[in-house]
Design a protein around this ligand. Structure first.
Ligand code: CUA
Length: 302
């Protein structure tokens, strides 16, 4: 992606540069060529030139449409996460990046990723708006309190790359950064094994799911006071107001913190809020657990 972004950027710089040279060249040339002189005391006014007007409309229009089309193609490509991405969870707070790997490893202001597969970051903030920015990957995404944003990149070369916060978030904003370590897959596996607490995010989420007694209503086999959560992510959900939504990460988060916002058709608004009882990191663990239920269901179907 960085090569493609650079191509577009160089195109923009080249167009801007050529037009600057052209315009300033003509300004100087005309100033000399048509300056007031004894031979030419008064300027002759010319009114209208259809040919010239068409030329100076069509050329800029086509150039800007190329910029628009090219930029839109890259933007859409960057907006869609390829399937099979490695998911990593990020929680921002003043002034640090807290990162959780699904296998259980956690780190602060450091992000270890393997080469060879797209990496998707699911991000939220505990306080104000931050922005996750890795210039070497040409990616930047705002990280907001109260919702999830995501971005993806595919690391290609092992190495150490700067990580920045790119949204002014308080007096230590400039210090809110770190490093992305890109490793060969085998090296990454080794790193994961060394850093893991032995408990994956899904396992931690499952323990939480039981401790908070979510399982007493959300029974896996259905028939509970709340809907079964198996295979929930990415599924269409019919709500009691007739609306149908696709269950995504933000929907799960909202349903934990503000359960009455969306009620699944056929169920009563009985669930209490868990606002203040679970941290953003714990919500991500619950989410990871609910996602793992999807995998369990898939394998039994195959
Ligand atoms: Cu966080 Cu700037």
């Amino acid at each position: 992606m960085s090569g493609r972004v650079d191509m577009l950027y160089f195109f923009l710089v080249t167009v801007a540069g050529l037009f600057s040279i052209l315009i300033f060249g003509l300004v100087f040339y005309f100033a000399l060529r048509y300056h007031r002189s004894a031979r030419n005391p008064v300027a002759k006014q010319i009114h209208g030139s259809l040919g010239l007007e068409i030329v100076w409309s069509v050329i800029p229009l086509s150039l800007t449409m190329i910029m628009f089309g090219w930029g839109a193609v890259l933007f859409l490509r960057n907006a869609r996460t390829p399937p099979g991405s490695l998911e990593i969870y990020v929680v921002a707070k003043q002034w640090m990046w807290k990162i959780q790997h699904t296998e259980g490893a956690r780190e602060i202001n450091e992000l270890h990723v393997p080469t060879g597969a797209p990496v998707r970051l699911v991000m939220t903030s505990e306080d104000v708006i931050h922005s996750f920015y890795v210039p070497a990957f040409r990616v930047k995404q705002d990280v907001m309190p109260g919702r999830y944003t995501s971005m993806w990149f595919q690391p290609t070369q092992p190495g150490k790359y700067h990580l920045f916060c790119a949204e002014y978030c308080g007096n230590q904003h400039s210090a809110m950064g770190g490093w992305v370590h890109v490793m060969e897959p085998a090296e990454y596996e080794q790193w994961l094994a060394g850093g893991a607490t032995g408990e994956s995010m899904a396992t931690a989420g499952q323990a939480l799911f039981e401790r908070l007694a979510c399982s007493s209503c959300h029974k896996a086999e259905g028939g509970g006071r709340g809907p079964s959560l198996e295979g929930l992510l990415g599924r269409k959900v019919q709500l009691d107001n007739g609306q149908t939504i696709v269950a995504d990460e933000s929907y799960v988060r909202e349903s934990i913190l503000n359960p009455r916002a969306k009620i699944v058709a056929g169920y009563q608004p009985l669930m209490p809020t868990f606002q203040g009882q679970v941290s953003e990191e714990q919500i991500l663990q619950l989410l990871s657990y609910i996602k793992s239920l999807k995998k369990a269901e898939r394998t039994t179907q195959q």
